[in-house]
Design a protein around this ligand. Structure first.
Ligand SMILES: [Fe+2]
Ligand SMILES: [Fe+2]
Length: 416
């Protein structure tokens, strides 16, 4: 699931009086939430990404009411829908998992000391290091950021286990939903593992700094809007899985172009997993759109108004107060994950869920949510164009940012 993206600066799931300040400090910071009708994120954000989402910041009376209305999704009639879909999930979601015997494993991708022997292993490691040496630092930082995000898996497994009606109540439930959550987590577990081992062997990364960043990120957790609603939650994860697939896919392309074809294969294998996960979550939400379109589109409207906040936004290495901002700027600049990707994902999901075609069974609120969501990509596109002009000017004066993950080597990034 994990990926980059947009900074969280909307109300917390349970307390809409506050919003999260972007990762400009070492810990989650809660800031007073202005009730101005034209409020904007008052904090520094990431150039194009922030600009693309600034359009989401206008708040009307209707939106405020919606903001507070997500808890109605915890009512028995809404949750019953998920309970009734449990047999459907067995046939349409669980088959998207790959069992351990079939799935690739980190050990498939890495030199095996037991099989190669001392000389063979050292020789394979030398080759690995020679290939990895060609990956530019800016791409390496993105790769490490992706890896750290993946490594905070304990946080992500707890996400669907907060969704009412689908969570794994005993830890070993036999429902389709619970089996999916565990199987999905098991697949995700390989992503951080393989990248971490590869990075360790490459010798290009300060693993102690990376390990500490992972430790802190898991300890910090992540904040999510409407955290207990399966409707909102599945929408969030569907978006995230696609964002992650985009990010790993772009990384695969870049590192391959710089000569590390093994690392490219690893990132490509991760991307393929993310795409399967995306297919599963998109299918679940698609079913909700089919069965209860009004509830589904209102949940989508809510999530997009509040933005898809990113799981690793609270990362810190204990040195750089703006680590996430710098990492995100590197992702934007290298093209690993950009504001355009955010818009493209939204456009894709609108098509997948045929949101524009929704009409029957929609309430006034449902129609407003549909219209808002369908108009959003165009608004984001206009903001992208403005941000692009600003970025063109800023490109004249990039900032050199040292990353502790790569022994404080500086990476040139364009900051907003
Ligand atoms: Fe995933
Ligand atoms: Fe993943």
């Amino acid at each position: 699931m994990p990926a980059h993206g947009l900074l969280p600066c909307k109300p917390n799931a349970t307390n809409n009086k506050y919003y999260l300040k972007p990762a400009s400090s070492q810990a989650m910071q809660l800031c007073k939430f202005s009730r101005d009708t034209t409020r904007r994120c008052r904090v520094t954000s990431m150039g194009a990404m922030a600009a693309a989402t600034a359009v989401l910041t206008r708040e009307t009376k209707d939106e405020k009411e919606q903001e507070e209305g997500w808890t109605e999704y915890l009512s028995p009639d809404k949750l019953e829908v998920l309970e009734h879909l449990e047999p459907w999930a067995a046939n349409h979601v669980l088959p998207l998992l790959k069992p351990a015997e079939v799935a690739w494993q980190p050990s498939d991708m890495l030199p095996d000391p037991a099989a190669l022997g001392d000389d063979g292993f050292h020789s394979a490691c030398r080759e690995l290091r020679a290939r990895a040496a060609g990956v530019p630092d800016a791409h390496l930082v993105c790769l490490v950021g992706n890896m750290i995000t993946e490594e905070a898996l304990p946080t992500y497994q707890s996400v669907p286990n907060r969704f009412e009606a689908v969570r794994d109540l005993t830890g070993a439930d036999d429902t389709s939903w619970a089996r999916w959550i565990r199987g999905w987590s098991a697949e995700e577990n390989r992503h951080g593992d393989v990248l971490s081992r590869y990075m360790y062997l490459s010798g290009r990364v300060d693993m102690l700094q990376v390990d500490r960043t992972v430790h802190r990120l898991i300890a910090s957790g992540m904040a999510m809007n409407a955290a207990r609603s399966p409707y909102h939650g599945f929408i969030y994860v569907a978006f995230q899985e696609r964002a992650t697939a985009v990010s790993h896919g772009n990384t695969a392309r870049h590192v391959g172009a710089h000569g590390d074809d093994v690392l490219a294969r690893i990132c490509g294998a991760i991307m393929a997993d993310e795409k399967r996960h995306e297919a599963a979550y998109t299918r679940i939400v698609g079913k909700l759109f089919e069965v209860v379109p009004n509830d589904a589109v209102r949940a989508l409207g809510y999530m997009m108004r509040h933005r898809i906040t990113m799981p690793a936004a609270l990362m810190t290495d204990g040195r750089d107060d703006d680590l996430y901002k710098h990492y995100s700027a590197a992702a934007q600049q290298t093209g690993v994950y950009t504001a355009s990707d955010y818009r493209a994902i939204l456009e894709h999901l609108i098509r997948q869920w045929r949101v524009e075609e929704l009409a029957v069974g929609l309430s006034g609120e449902g129609r407003r949510a549909r219209d808002y969501v369908c108009g959003l990509p165009q608004k984001i596109r206009r903001m992208e164009e403005k941000a692009h002009d600003r970025a063109a000017q800023a490109r004249k004066k990039p900032t050199s940012v040292p990353f502790s993950w790569i022994f404080d080597r500086p990476v040139s990034v364009i900051l907003p």
